[in-house]
Design a binder for this molecule. Structure first.
Ligand SMILES: [Zn+2]
Length: 129
């Protein structure tokens, strides 16, 4: 007898788990879009350092670093989240499905196109004489 293994051994701390609506694989996403309190602590540390480093040059203006650091944190978080959303087994992208079903369908078909054709253009059998 073979039991179905549903343990999440690949993801230590999933922010959310769900089943892929297309291929029924159990999925887990480790990051959430949106900053957590911990991120603000990290941002404060990075900003504090940058303000300290540029204080002699920029004075109070060096607090602009806070907004730059914030922007970077947001961008990285969003990029990480978006990378984790598409299903690695069938290419289904839930974030696109919400916005545009046509795009989501195209992503899935592109995914399978890529699987069908192995990237080996010149290694086919040719008469070697
Ligand atoms: Zn899937």
């Amino acid at each position: 007898m073979k039991a179905i293994d549903t343990r999440q051994y690949k993801y230590r701390n999933p922010a959310m788990t769900f089943y892929c609506p297309l291929c029924r694989t159990e999925r887990a996403i480790t990051v959430r879009p949106g900053l957590k309190p911990l991120h603000f602590v990290q941002m404060a540390c990075v900003t504090g350092f940058l303000v300290w480093a540029s204080w002699s040059l920029m004075g109070l203006g060096s607090f602009i670093w806070f907004f730059i650091v914030w922007g970077i944190f947001e961008a990285v978080l969003r990029a990480t989240f978006r990378k984790e959303v598409p299903c690695p087994h069938c290419g289904f992208d839930a974030s696109w499905y919400k916005r545009d079903v046509k795009v989501a369908r195209k992503l899935v078909s592109d995914f399978w196109e890529g699987k069908k054709e192995p990237p080996a253009p010149e290694t086919q059998q040719k008469s070697e004489s």
